[in-house]
Every structure is written in C-alpha cells, then in structure tokens.
Design a binder for this molecule. Structure first.
Ligand SMILES: [Zn+2]
Length: 372
C-alpha cells in the first residue's frame, strides 16, 4: 500500500493579509509578509513534485468537515463568528487567528483533510497519510482561535475516529515547537485520548505547557507535556521520544496515532529556537512509525501544523514523508547535510528527568526508575 498525501489548492489561498512577523502592520510596524504564509506549504508540495516522490504517493482530495463534525470540538457561537468574519470584513477570531475572506470554507476543508486522512487509513485505502492542512489547528480552543489556528484539525479528526470507528484509545502526539494548548484543552478530562505535546518551554502561548499539567478527573495522567529548553536539537528530541514517549505509548497501546506535525522545531525557524535538522525529523518519525506498527496495525496520520522557514520546512517535511512511504529520494539536505546528531546536554536531560518524575505517578515504566 502507498502513503496517502492530502491537500487542496485552496489551502494556499487562506489569506492572513500583510503583517510584520505575526503582528498586523501599523504604527511603527512597516507592512511585510505575514509569517504564516502559503509559501512554506506550497514549497513542500513543489519539492515533492520536483524530486519525483509525489507520483509515488496516493494523492487524495479532501472533503470538507461538516458543521456537526466541527461542533464536536467547537462552540456553535464560535463557528458562527468565524463564518460571519469570513463572509464580511475578515478579522481576528481570537488571539492572532486571522480569518480572511473565504477562510471559513478553507478551514472546513483543512479540518476535513484530517478527517479524510483518518478515513483513508482506517479503511486501508493507504498505509498511512500526510495531510498538508492549512490553516493549522492545534492552538484553537473550543471557543476561540489562537496562533493562526481557526478549527482544531487533529481534535476534530480524533472525534471522528471515535464516532465512526468506535476507537477507545487514540494517541495525539504534537511535535510543533509551540505547546498544543487547544488540543490539550479539548481532551484534558478525557482518558480515551492520550495527548502528548513536546515543545519549547514557554514559547507560545504564554504560560501554558507545563510538565505538571497532567490532566483532570478521569483524564488525569492522560495529558503529557514535555517542555524542553531552547536550543534542544536532534539528540535531545530523540532522547525524549525514546525515554518518555515510547514507554508511555507502549503502555497505552493506541489504536490510532495522530501526529500534529509542526516543522517549526527546525533550526532555521523564525518562531522557534530548537535546532532540529531534517535528519532529526526522520529519526522521530521512525519512532512513531514503529509504535504504530507495534500497537495500531500501522495506523498513523500526520497533520501539518506550524513551520515558518520557507527554506527548510520543505526538506524536513520531505524526510517525514520519505520515512512514511519507505521511499528514499536523491534529495540531500542542502543546509546541514546528514550531520551527526548533536548531544544531549545536562539542561535538556534535567528537563526530560522532570517529566519522567512527574509522569511516574501514572505510568508503570517510570515507577521503578524513580524508586531506585
Ligand atoms: Zn508552531
């Protein structure tokens, strides 16, 4: 079976207007290209075409999410508000979540692409799937948009998988450099969706993503935050995947894995400081593919989130899709080559140890480590 690749031209037509980095222009901020811009994603598409990998994937057109599907996660009043902005003047749907003219329909399709990924994998049309969803989703909360995210694509896809396929254990792993606050909020009291966010500590949003935020009620223990210090590179990430994410996933035994794939931990990202290389993305993708093989019959989908380096996001994303499909192209990383992984330093190790200590309350694998 092939790897599915899901996108629609309209994803590149969602318009944030001009801006300066992530702020609207005005005052002393001279207008510039808004940082969440179609180019990063379009260039992923272009590189896949140029290197010939695209024709070896099964390209799938997404359907739009229905209003009912969106409202499994978002308040009807919020959905109405987004539609109204989209139909009229456009504007901010919350905190740095610009809705342009027509963005409502594009956001429905972006969420629908994540749903399409779930369907195409769970009906065995493809072996796994990558959705180039835009606008992204992981910051969006039930009642408001945050950080370029309008509807929470992965949360909507997880709810769809529960309803249509009766899944009881879904793992959402969010490796975007920013904390997946929206997804955390949706599933904070839920023990059927295990949410893990690995991110740069206290980057965005303000004051969220602490290791000690572990879930509530029956969801206690099913929310795992892995905040890492700025500068953590490939080795630190891989270590966190192997020493935290692998053992927890092995105990949880997910029936489906959903990745919030933000490539903004990449080393040239203007909104992240994490120094990951494309080779590092290969390595962490492999960890997750192996977990899917061991527990979920290989069922895993990737949904695009952030990533703002026009130059580097395409190469990082290409490596992910190479691993998913098992097809290596002749594309080398022009920026870092296949440089050896860096080393885990003491500050990164302390951050990892802190998470293990916090999670030892909930996961057997860590209990013996801590009591020693
Ligand atoms: Zn991000």
């Amino acid at each position: 079976m092939k790897t599915g690749y899901i996108f629609d031209e309209s994803f590149f037509w969602h318009d944030n207007g001009s801006g300066t980095l992530y702020l609207p222009a005005g005052g002393y901020l001279e207008p510039d290209v808004f940082v969440e811009h179609p180019s990063t994603k379009r260039r992923v598409n272009n590189l896949l075409n140029r290197c010939g990998l695209m024709e070896k994937l099964e390209t799938i057109s997404p359907r739009s999410a229905t209003r009912e599907e969106i409202e499994k996660v978002h308040l009807p009043s919020y959905v109405d508000y987004v539609k109204q902005l989209s139909d009229t003047t456009g504007g901010d749907a919350g905190n740095h979540a610009i809705v342009g003219r027509g963005s409502y329909e594009i956001a429905l399709l972006s969420a629908g692409a994540a749903i399409t990924a779930v369907d195409s994998v769970l009906t065995s049309r493809v072996k796994n799937a990558y959705s180039l969803s835009r606008p992204p989703g992981h910051h969006a909360e039930p009642e408001k948009g945050i950080g370029f995210c309008i509807f929470n694509n992965v949360a909507i896809a997880a709810r769809h998988a529960q309803k249509e396929y009766g899944l009881k254990r879904i793992l959402i792993l969010d490796w975007d450099v920013h904390h997946g606050n929206g997804t955390e909020k949706v599933f904070y009291e839920d023990d059927e969706v295990l949410f893990i966010s690995i991110h740069q500590h206290l980057s965005f949003p303000n004051n969220t993503g602490y290791a000690t935020d572990t879930g509530k009620g029956k969801g206690e223990g099913f929310n795992v935050n892995i905040p890492l210090p700025a500068g953590t590179g490939d080795a630190g990430y891989l270590s966190a995947f192997q020493s935290i994410i692998e053992p927890i996933a092995n105990e949880f035994k997910p029936e489906l894995i959903i990745i919030s794939a933000g490539q903004d931990p990449g080393m040239f990202d203007p909104l992240g400081r994490m120094n990951m290389t494309a080779a590092g993305f290969s390595a962490i993708t492999n960890v997750m593919l192996k977990l899917a093989d061991n527990h979920s019959n290989g069922n895993i989908i990737f949904v695009h989130e952030g990533g703002y380096s026009n130059a580097y996001v395409p190469f990082c994303t290409l490596r992910i899709i190479e691993e998913m499909s098992g097809i290596k192209t002749d594309v080398e990383d022009p920026f870092t080559g296949s440089q050896a992984l860096d080393e885990v330093n003491i500050v990164q190790q302390q951050a990892i140890n802190e998470v293990i200590k916090t999670q030892s309350k909930y996961w057997e694998s860590f209990k013996s480590l801590i009591s020693r």
